[in-house]
Design a protein around this ligand. Structure first.
Ligand code: TGC
Ligand code: FAD
Length: 392
């Protein structure tokens, strides 16, 4: 079993820009991860299952609904604390962060933002405590980057809605008790519906064969004439902007999370480069290895500054969707590049599970694809700066 020797890296003294609360939240999450998750993460990843016994611990560090008000069971924290939490979770494993992202930004956020008071009171406290786990169904087998083309639909049957269709690639689906599902009404307008496990005609088959994000459970959502009570429709926002609004929050968390994965790879590579001797010297004394390490910490530092500023803008309610896209795209790509370089610094050892590098690298292939692919985020930036959509 690998000992988690991780230390944070703060080249530009960013801690001085954080509040005491930010640091407390981050340090508590880091301590919990080191104690409870690091010792089991390699085995869990190999087994290809999400370790459900960690759910109460995730709730205890505030990872479920960090920025949801306390009156609904959330932690009532700001956006920077939320980001730091995601960073610490993904420092360990992207799948751990995924579970928290989905619960917070893709399930609790839409219920809080688009739901009515009854729905908030019914679902949010149980989601915050981890008593209930949720998932988010947007992607379909034939509609990934283009969710507006979805075919899942519901009909108004008078006293209930009748839901049909299928969602694919859904994180947490195999064990979630509730699903926030996006489907079209008879007029073709997209709405969010809360679908509960146990509703007749609703099933959640597990998807197998992933070489990435193995510590997160992924599944389908299948709706075969599911009767959904009318009280389960999210009433306060409809249209594609509703699910995309949730994605803004999750993509922001991923921007921080990716820094965590990059920091873990850098931390491991730096330590290894000073321990591993070749030609009678630590490999970290060779210029080629120093170039790799210097470029890694430079890119991490740039991402930390970009993301902290984004957090400030989100705290002020001024961050745009396009700014979030830029950070998600930049940081995930940066983390993947760093994982590849770190793998080389570790030589052959880098391909083993003695070190976290290959696990991070494999995970980041999902992270660079979900919540909008690398290409899609580039096109969002392109659209923002030119005013021309390349999608239509
Ligand atoms: P478009 O015409 O541009 O926009 C439709 C409406 O949406 C509004 N809008 C947004 N609103 C809030 N936040 C955003 N980020 C928004 N982006 C657009 C827009 O203003 C418009 O509103 P209105 O009122 O005018 O109707 O839409 P489009 O069909 O051209 O598509 C644009 C595109 C391609 C950028 C969008 O579809 C997109 O982002 N595609 C990527 C799909 C995606 O990210 N899927 C993620 C699925 S969930 C997931 O992956 C979870 S993984 C979780 C984990 O395990 O961690
Ligand atoms: P496609 O859209 O088919 O894209 C294939 C390729 O074509 C990509 O390289 C893409 O960039 C490119 N492309 C597409 N359109 C354009 C264009 N206009 N211009 C240029 N290039 C383009 N979804 C959910 O709803 N909920 C979840 O919880 C969830 N969890 C996930 C967990 C995992 C592990 C994974 C891998 C995915 C998950 N997803 C989830 C789905 C994810 O959001 C989609 O995979 C993603 O949006 C891309 O869709 P796609 O895979 O269908 O790729």
């Amino acid at each position: 079993m690998r000992t988690d020797q991780y230390q944070g890296h703060d080249y530009y003294l960013m801690d001085e820009l954080l509040t005491e609360e930010h640091k407390l939240v981050r340090d508590a999450a880091r301590a919990w991860v080191k104690k409870e998750v690091s010792p089991i993460i390699e085995k869990t990843w190999e087994d290809g299952i999400f370790p459900r016994h960690l759910i109460p611990g995730l709730a205890s560090v505030g990872a479920f609904g960090p920025y949801i008000p306390e009156e609904y069971g959330g932690a009532g924290l700001d956006q920077i604390s939320y980001g730091l939490l995601m960073q610490e979770l993904e420092r360990c494993d992207s799948g751990l962060r995924s579970t928290a992202s989905v619960q917070s930004s893709l399930v609790m956020y839409p219920i809080y933002k688009y739901g009515n008071e009854e729905q908030r009171k019914k679902y949010l406290p149980k989601l915050a405590s981890g008593e209930c786990i949720g998932c988010f169904g947007l992607t379909e087998p034939d509609h990934g980057s283009n969710p507006g083309g979805m075919v899942s639909n519901f009909k108004d049957m008078g006293d209930h809605y009748l839901l049909n269709g299928a969602k694919m690639w859904i994180s947490n689906a195999p064990f979630a008790q509730v699903a926030v599902v996006w489907a079209k009404d008879e007029g073709g307008r997209i709405h969010g519906l809360i679908v509960e496990r146990g509703m007749e005609g609703f099933s959640t088959p597990t998807m197998h064969g992933k070489w990435s994000l193995r510590a997160s459970d992924t599944g389908e959502l299948v709706f075969d004439n599911v009767k959904v009570p009318k009280a389960n429709l999210l009433p306060n926002k409809s249209g594609l902007g509703a699910p995309l609004g949730c994605l803004d929050s999750a993509r922001y968390g991923i921007a921080w999370g990716a820094i965590g994965a990059a920091l873990d790879c850098y931390d491991s590579a730096l330590r290894y480069s000073m321990e591993r001797q070749q030609f009678g010297r630590p490999i970290g004394s060779f210029q080629l290895q120093q170039k790799k390490l210097a470029e890694m910490i430079t890119e991490i530092t740039k991402a930390q500054l970009l993301t902290l500023r984004l957090g400030q803008l989100r705290n002020e309610g001024r961050a745009t969707s396009a700014q979030i896209s830029m950070a998600k795209r930049n940081n995930v790509n940066m983390a993947l590049d760093i994982a590849r370089e770190a793998r080389q610094i570790h030589g052959a050892m880098g391909i083993t599970n003695e070190y976290p590098i290959m696990r991070h690298m494999c995970n980041l292939e999902s992270v660079i694809t979900y919540e909008g692919t690398h290409d899609i985020h580039l096109l969002i930036t392109g659209m923002d700066v030119t005013g021309e959509s390349a999608f239509k």
